[in-house]
Design a protein. Structure first.
Ligand SMILES: Nc1ncnc2c1ncn2[C@@H]1O[C@H](COP(=O)(O)OP(=O)(O)OP(=O)(O)O)[C@@H](O)[C@H]1O
Ligand SMILES: [Mg+2]
Length: 625
């Protein structure tokens, strides 16, 4: 059951957090490592195969330097001073080449395995996030910028893909190479090995510090990226561009974008540069080791220490040189992993969001509800939007009404009175703060939300259409609908003749959000869409307010047709459209102040009569003009 305001989970507005995150680093997620590891669980087998390939590959890679020692000391310049052993030399050289070929083949197989695993894990994460966001409540979307949501899905998930793809092999491969190189070095000469690794602990400490800095920058970079996509999304949409053009704000928008872009560039450069100095030092130290080795070897040979062969020196420096790349690789991976923590934290933060409205464990299907389908009841419902302050007046205050199956119940009242909010509560798009909403006789909180939505058709105040053909937009309501069904719905919605007049008919692309269509056309397509769904309950949000008298009548006919035989809750600004309603509730400041039929309410001489008088006067002006 929902708590007060149906607002569960520790979610604070993500937008308001923008500033917090710019200053601090990424959100804290406990056991992040374990959760990232869990992402790989479905691919265990492939990971094991990768590990085997990596270990074999590393083992294969460690042999050639040992062969080098043999080539020098046994074949080319035998230590006993005899002449070169060409037969042995041939065998050794061929073995070396064979090992290189084998190593390359193993490398290809390993790349295939890791790139499939990495990309699938990334893909799984993306789909999981998408599905999770779809389950979020309406309130989440009203308080979070679309661009910011998109950015988590694209930039953050995309950002970890490299880490997911390369980390496992890189860690495995490089660790094995480093260990095997160390073993080979120890086998060749213990003293030289100690000299070669004396700086390692210091480097590792420095590396950790660099990683922390990088993680913080990464968090800020992602935050700035999401701000960039939010600006793009807000400005470069049809509504956004219309707004900025109509206020001549393109320059200002470009400047805003450019400013955020500068932040982004700065962060990217900082991220790229952080650690470069460190890596330069590592490289210098590692590259200088052979020189030091030669020097030390000189002392070994001339001094009292156990002398050393030329083959050992060459082999040792060969192995040591092979150590450089994997060691740097390991350090880079460690850095990347630390950096990606910030991105993973952002991803899991979203995945951890609990929708404020979720079905209870034993949610009832509407079919099993005790009351008749189509009956809607509000019992003393009070409601406050989750992000409205606790001290603000309630949006709805003690609203009670019943809509019996098949009845047409209308809501009228001033703007901001709470009419749309009432419609949101009926299908549980929000949950009441107090009181209860009953659908088919059961509290909506005990019902499965999907089963409520299945039985409801909504024509909202703003019609939303996808950038697709009219046919596809209509079929969204019922994927199995035939062309004949679609046409019948459009005839009933009074829109068929308009669509038939378009050059491409039902294949006309409506454009982003349906901008290709007029307001009235869009509304009627929305009505046709609901008719196709054919639900027992209709919610109509003042579909006629923005239309002239003729279009209004056309839309009104469509609505009357749609409402026939269904429970209909409708909101209207033009009172002419609700004259026929069974009950009209007049809503003012979140309360139902009057109820009755058109005639009763006129006779009562209250707010309704006042609104009606205003509209009559307005109509007279219209008529005169
Ligand atoms: N997501 C929201 N968060 C906070 N407050 C909201 C939200 N949506 C609406 N409100 C507020 O709730 C009140 C009622 O809004 P509602 O949309 O129900 O009004 P309405 O009666 O439909 O108005 P209109 O006739 O203009 O459409 C308004 O004061 C509005 O500012
Ligand atoms: Mg409204």
């Amino acid at each position: 059951m929902g708590g007060p305001g149906g607002f569960r989970g520790g979610f604070r507005g993500i937008d308001e957090d923008t500033q917090r995150q710019r200053n601090a680093s990424a959100p804290r997620i406990p056991d992040l490592g374990r959760r990232v590891a869990a992402l790989f669980r479905p691919y265990r087998r492939r990971l094991v195969a990768t590990a085997i390939l990596v270990v074999v590959g590393a083992a294969v890679g460690v042999i050639p330097p040992l062969l080098v020692q043999r080539i020098f000391d046994d074949a080319l310049f035998p230590v006993d001073g005899s002449s070169p052993q060409l037969g042995l030399l041939g065998v050794l050289v061929l073995s070396m080449i064979g090992l290189f070929v084998l190593g390359a083949a193993l490398g290809i197989a390993q790349t295939w395995l890791t790139s499939t695993v990495g990309n699938r894990v990334t893909g799984d994460l993306r789909v999981r996030m998408f599905a999770h966001l779809q389950a979020m409540d309406l309130g989440f979307f009203t308080r979070t910028k679309t661009g910011v949501i998109q950015s988590r899905l694209q930039n953050d998930v995309g950002g970890v893909s490299g880490v997911l793809t390369n980390t496992v092999t890189s860690i495995l491969g490089n660790t094995v190479t480093v260990i095997s190189a160390l073993v080979a070095m120890l086998l060749i000469d213990v003293r030289l090995t100690l000299i070669a690794v004396v700086m390692m602990p210091v480097l590792i400490l420095v590396q950790r510090r660099v990683g922390q800095v990088r993680a913080r920058i990464a968090g800020q970079t992602q935050e700035s990226l999401s701000e960039l996509s939010a600006i793009t999304q807000e400005t470069l949409s049809v509504s956004g561009i219309l707004l900025s053009k109509s206020f001549n704000r393109q320059r200002a928008e470009s400047d805003r974008y450019a400013a955020e872009n500068r932040t982004q560039i700065g962060l990217q450069v900082r991220q790229a540069m952080s650690g470069q100095g460190f890596f330069a030092v590592v490289q210098i130290i590692m590259s200088s080791v052979p020189a030091v080795i030669y020097l030390v070897a000189g002392f070994f040979i001339t001094g009292d220490a156990v002398p050393i062969t030329a083959g050992a020196v060459v082999a040792f420096t060969t192995v040591q040189a092979r150590l450089l790349m994997p060691l740097m690789g390991l350090m880079r991976v460690a850095l990347d992993v630390q950096t990606s923590r910030a991105l993973f934290a952002r991803i899991f933060e979203y995945l951890d969001l609990r929708p404020a409205i979720a079905d209870v464990a034993d949610a009832l299907d509407v079919a099993d509800a005790p009351g008749p389908l189509g009956r809607i009841e509000f019992r003393d419902v009070s409601f406050r939007y989750p992000d409205a302050g606790p001290d603000s007046p309630a949006t709805l205050d003690g609203v009670s009404f019943v809509a019996e199956p098949g009845q047409h119940v209308a809501f009228v009242g001033p703007s901001g009175a709470g009419k749309t909010t009432i419609l949101y509560l009926a299908p549980r798009l929000y949950e009441p703060t107090e009181g209860s909403v009953l659908f088919a006789g059961a509290d909506v909180r005990s019902l499965s939300q999907a089963s409520i939505i299945d039985r409801i058709g909504i024509v909202s105040q703003e019609t939303y259409l996808f950038h697709a053909s009219i046919r596809d937009n209509l079929r969204y309501a019922r994927p199995g609908a035939t062309d004949a069904d679609i046409e019948a719905a459009c005839v009933a919605a009074n829109i068929h003749h308009v669509i038939a007049g378009f050059e491409d008919g039902y294949d006309t692309i409506v454009g982003e959000r349906g901008y290709r269509l007029s307001g009235g056309e869009k509304q009627r397509i929305a009505i046709a869409r609901v008719l196709l769904k054919d639900p027992p309950v209709l919610l109509l949000d003042e579909a006629t307010s923005a239309l002239d008298t003729v279009s209004e009548r056309v839309v009104q006919e469509a609505i009357d047709e749609a409402a026939r035989g269904r429970t209909t809750l409708s909101i209207a600004h033009r009172l002419s459209t609700v004259i026929a309603a069974d009950v009209i509730h007049v809503v003012d400041a979140g309360r139902i102040v009057e109820s009755g039929t058109h005639t009763e309410l006129l006779a009562a001489g209250g707010l309704y009569a006042e609104l009606a008088a205003q509209q009559v006067a307005a109509a007279r002006i219209d008529g005169a003009g």
